[in-house]
Structures are given as C-alpha cells and as structure tokens.
Design a protein around this ligand. Structure first.
Ligand SMILES: Nc1ncnc2c1ncn2[C@@H]1O[C@H](COP(=O)(O)OP(=O)(O)OP(=O)(O)O)[C@@H](O)[C@H]1O
Ligand SMILES: [Mg+2]
Length: 489
C-alpha cells in the first residue's frame, strides 16, 4: 500500500469522520507534517470565513494575516519536528481579513505506518467568552481600584454558623493605614478586635439588626493598634459570597463631626449656664429691690404719715380748710404705701419666701382672677412641698408666664391648675379652655416666653411640654425632679 492509498483509507474511516465531522460545531482540521490542509469541516470554514476549496491542499497558515503566515508555518514545522506541538492552548489570532479572533486549539497527533505525522485540530472560536472574561477582569480591577482608593475604610467579613462575626476576608488600604495593621495581620483578626471595649455590646447588637434587615448604619468607636480611639459611622450590608452570609462594612471617620458636636454641646451648655446665672442674679436683684422699696420707702412713708398726723392734731379748730388739705395728703400717703406694697410684691412676692409655693400660687391666682375675670380652679397638695428656693422660684415663674399667656393669647374663661408630687417628681399643669396654641407657635424659636419656661425646668433635669387643641385649649405640663439630680444638658 502506498502513502496515498493509506491516507485515503484513513481519511475515509467512519470512525474518524462520519457525520460527526460535518455536524460538529467546533472547527476541525487535518494537516500533514508540512502543515498542508488535508481536510476541514463546515464549522472551520465558518470560523475563518473561507471556502473549503480555498483551503484544501494549502498551508494551514493561509487563514492568518499575510504577515503572520510564514512565522506560523515555520514554528509549526519546528515544533512537529521536535514533537513539541502543544495539545491544548488558546491564542488571539489576526485572520486573513484582519479580524481578530480568540481561538482555542485542541491538537491530537497521529503517526501513520509510513512514519508520516498528521495533526487533527479541533478549533473553537472563544472570542465572546474572552471578551466577557476581559470585561469581568476590567470591572474587577475597577472595583479593586474603588475598594482601595475609597476615602473610607472598607471591610469584608463573614458570619460564622453560630451567627456571630467571623474573620475578615478582605480590607482596603485605608482600613490598614487608619488602624495600623497590615493586610495580612487584618486577615487574622476578628472584627471585634478593632472595636473599643466600651462599644462591644452595641457592636454585637448591630449584628442582629443586620441579620434581620440586611442593612444597618451605626456609630461606634474603633480602637487602632496603637490604642488610639477613632469614632466612626459604619454602613454595613449583608450579601452572599461563596454561599456564606458576608458583611461589607464602610466605616467613615467622624472624629471631626464628633468634635464639632462636642464643641456645640459645650457652647450650648455654657449658654445655658449663663442663662441660669442671669436668671439667678435677676431673681436676687428683684428680691433685694422689693425689700428695699418695701422697707425703706415703706418706713419713710409711715414716718411721714405719723409726722403729718401729729402736725394735723396741732392745728386749731379754725384751720379746717388746712386740715382737709392735710387729710388728702394723708390719703395720698396711704395710696403710696399701697403702691409700694404692690410694686414690691410684683417684683418678688414675699409670700413665696415666707409661705411657700402653694400659698404663692393661691395668691397669684386670686390676683389673676381679679385682673382678668378668668376663673381659676386650683388643685394643690395638702402640705407645702418644701422644695428648695430655686425650684420654688422656677415653678412659680413658669406658672406666672403660663397665666400671662392665658391672659394675653388664649381667649379662655377658665384655667385649671394642678400641682402635685408623684414619686420623685413635681408636676404642675396649667390648662385653659381657650383657642389652643398651634404646633408652629410651640416650635417657634422666637417664642421667648415658652423657651424661658423650658429653660427653667431643664436646669433641674425637668421639662415643659405644651400641647394645644384648636378650639379646646392649651395645656402646659411642667415636670421637675423633687430631689437633686445631676444633669448633663
Ligand atoms: N395659652 C395659650 N393659648 C393660645 N396661644 C398661646 C398660649 N400660650 C402661648 N400662645 C401662643 O404662643 C406664642 C408664644 O408664646 P410665648 O410666651 O413664647 O411668647 P409671647 O407670649 O408672645 O411673648 P413673651 O416673650 O412676652 O412671652 C404666643 O405668641 C401665642 O401666639
Ligand atoms: Mg408669653
């Protein structure tokens, strides 16, 4: 049997060809050791966009771009001579029509009895797969870029089967530099290792929220390797990675925000203390002036009255017109004494210091009724509450402001006042049946009367809550702790 007949026999073997050859979606090619194409299938022709008749009997390199053909053929011949032809590889090729295609080659070698070698190549066009691989790689590298260039620390950690924090599986460079650990060190740490001990309990609670909502945002404090504390706002998301629930956490350094919050808190505390100080001074001054007016002016007027009465007694009977004049002066002195009393009481009702809050409220209510014709009903505790002077003053001044507001704004004809002690708190309620304060009026920053009431209560760790129902009235609720308590605000 000569070479040709042997080759023909081989080529005609059902085993090798058959229908499979033609229906295969992969390109198939048989070449001899010179690289000459012996046979190709339809799919091969499709991949390379060439007709069979242009391929058969030609070097296999004909499918490549002109300037690549020689090299391709040369290296094929060299490799086959040294039995170095690769069996499986993929490569990007420039084809005869300049189209670029990623191709996967799977080669098998057959040695004919005469020693000739033929090569069967199965060729797949994997351009699309390569493209999406490239795209994936590109988006991965974009993500990596984002991950590592974020201004915030980013951590990825998994959740253990016991639903607690598992180890870190990825951290970005910002996380490393902020917390002072290398990436390798990080990957051996558990997430709780970077939380300040004071915040550990909260940290564990956040995991529960994350597991039930899939997302959680919280403030916490990280502890860096050098023990430096870093306040952060953490934004955590739950997602599935490698079939396991995984947490992506982005931690923003909020040191500056915390510092300005603290500055703000300090300055508002300072303002509040200043307000308290001014109020105390004002109250002291009022007391002092009330006393001075009452004592000094009162005594002078009394002395004046005594002297004038004595003078009047010395007048003769025929000096009746003069006596009448003197009597009218005496009347004037009486009404001045009354005025002095009124003014000093207005400045600071002595009753407050002498008889206490109950009595002062009763007295103020009577005055209010006389002045406004608005009926006041009182429910007061049986015994005096025995609060310290500052709290008594604060409650009384709040009460006065509430009554003034009723008179000025409410159009009410009735006010109910309740003062009581319940557990460790004092409650004072002033309810009118007027038109009702609106929410906007309550929240209005310019409402100094209302703010003043609140401030007076907050000083002692209490509060004033105001509610209004349109057409029904307004309720002012004051709550103040009866005993000393430390307040932070
Ligand atoms: N009892 C009330 N009934 C209806 N409206 C009220 C009542 N109390 C307050 N208001 C409304 O709330 C506003 C704010 O009250 P607030 O006491 O703060 O200020 P003001 O009384 O207007 O001025 P001032 O600073 O002299 O007290 C009032 O202007 C009024 O419109
Ligand atoms: Mg007012």
């Amino acid at each position: 049997m000569n070479d040709i007949t042997l080759k023909e026999e081989l080529l005609n073997t059902d085993l090798l060809f058959g229908q499979l050859w033609e229906i295969s979606v992969d390109g198939m090619r048989l070449i001899d050791e010179e690289g000459i194409i012996l046979l190709v299938n339809e799919s091969f022709c499709k991949i390379f966009e060439m007709d069979k008749e242009h391929l058969l009997g030609k070097p296999f390199s004909i499918v490549y771009a002109d300037d690549e053909q020689q090299d391709a053929l040369k290296s094929f011949k060299r490799d086959i001579r040294h039995n170095k032809l690769k069996t499986l590889f993929e490569r990007e090729n420039r084809l005869w029509n300049e189209r670029k295609a990623w191709l996967e080659f799977s080669n098998s070698f057959l040695v004919l009895p005469d020693g000739n070698k033929i090569t069967l190549s199965i060729i797949k066009d994997i351009s699309e797969r390569k493209l999406s691989e490239l795209e994936l790689r590109e988006s991965e590298s974009k993500f990596k870029l984002l991950f590592n260039n974020a201004n915030d620390a980013v951590f990825v950690s998994q959740i253990t089967e016991g639903k607690s924090y598992g180890d870190f599986i990825e951290v970005n460079e910002v996380a490393c530099s902020r917390l002072g650990y290398s990436k390798d060190e990080f990957l051996k740490l558990s997430p709780s290792a970077i939380i300040s001990p004071k915040n550990i309990n909260d940290f564990n609670n956040h995991l529960e929220a994350l597991l039930s909502n899939g997302h959680v945002i919280y403030d916490t404090v990280y502890r860096a390797r050098d023990k430096k504390l870093i306040p952060v706002e953490v934004n955590s998301h739950l997602f599935i990675f490698n079939n396991k629930p995984t947490i992506l956490s982005i931690a923003r350094d909020i040191t500056e925000r915390k510092q300005s919050e603290e500055r703000l808190q300090r300055s508002s505390k300072l303002l509040r203390e200043l307000a308290i100080h001014i109020q105390t001074i004002r109250e002291e001054e009022r007391t002092m002036i009330a006393q001075e007016i009452h004592d000094e002016l009162g005594q002078v007027l009394t002395a004046l009255k005594i002297h004038i009465t004595l003078l009047s007694n010395k007048l003769n009977k025929d000096q009746e017109p003069l006596k009448e004049k003197i009597n009218s002066v005496l009347d004037l002195i009486d009404s001045s004494v009354e005025s002095v009393q009124k003014i000093s009481t207005k400045l600071r009702p002595g009753i407050l210091d002498e008889l206490g809050l109950n009595a002062a409220i009763e007295w103020q209510s009577e005055e209010f009724e006389k002045l406004t014709n608005i009926f006041v009903s009182l429910v007061l505790p049986k015994d005096e509450l025995n609060l310290d002077a500052d709290k008594t003053t604060a409650l009384f001044r709040i009460f006065q402001e509430a009554l003034t507001n009723v008179a000025r704004h409410s159009d009410a004809n009735k006010v109910s006042v309740t003062l009581m002690k319940h557990h460790t708190n004092i409650y004072l309620e002033i309810r009118d049946n007027g038109k009702g304060i609106t929410n906007d009026q309550i929240k209005d920053f310019k409402s100094l009367g209302i703010h003043g009431m609140k401030e007076r209560a907050i000083v002692f760790g209490g509060d004033v809550i105001i509610e209004g129902i349109s057409g029904k009235g307004t309720l002012v609720k004051v709550q103040i702790p009866a005993y000393e308590q430390l307040h932070e605000k």
